[in-house]
Design a binder for this molecule. Sequence first.
Ligand code: UDP
Length: 254
Amino acid sequence: MHHRRRIYEGKAKIIFEGPEPGTYIQFFKDNATAFNAKKHEIIEGKGVLNNRISEYIFTQLKQLGIPTHFIRRLNMREQVIRSLEIIPLEIVVRNIAAGSFVKRFGLEEGALLPCSIIEFYYKKDELDDPMVSEEHVAAFGWASSQELEEIKALSIRINDFLSGLFLGVGIQLVDFKMEFGRLWEGEMMTVVVADEISPDSARLWDITSGRKLDKDRFRQDMGGLIEAYQEVARRLGIVNENEPLRPKGPTLVK
Ligand code: UDP
């Protein structure tokens, strides 16, 4: 299927070499994983939706002047991105208590937090991505203090923007995860948003019914994941009701 060199394969995406120097191709798979891949399933059409939703969000961020790795969408499952030096952190911003936060602090799911909270996790599957403090980040040299300040400032801006964007279509942005990278242009380095922002990496609740429109449907065996992601895409005006999730034509047999 692909004649390009595979650079890296993760749980939900593959990175291939890109069409131009300094670029990669990010391919969105249909694999759904949770609990550090202990739970795993193929959900047909998920990759297509995440590709489109993430494209939409990164394009909006760009219009705000927030630098991202996104260049352009290539097709149903792929986008051209800038090759970066990934900062090995997962940055989580929370507005409402859910998931691991509920367990850790004994809160009720859905409790509104007094202010948005930023958390850092060290990206290391073997260690189950442990939560770390700014002290750990500095001490282990994962990011400089200047980079960390930039990451925090960008995270707050992105959270404010996305909260408003989703609120406008009747969705609460409960929490979400981001990754950042270093973009080198000669001697100049910019911290840019990388990876994806999609219902795989965010918790999105319908504001009136509280219906979950994100990967928790998979984590909690609720079913209806594709319908939920499609609902998010439809509300954002990305896809219309009848758009097929798969390209027409012959199917490749492996
Ligand atoms: N998240 C993610 N990848 C991870 C861990 C978390 O995208 O490896 C997202 C998750 O979808 C949620 C937010 O980060 O929107 C906070 O997740 P939490 O710490 O509550 O962990 P979880 O309950 O997902 O284990």
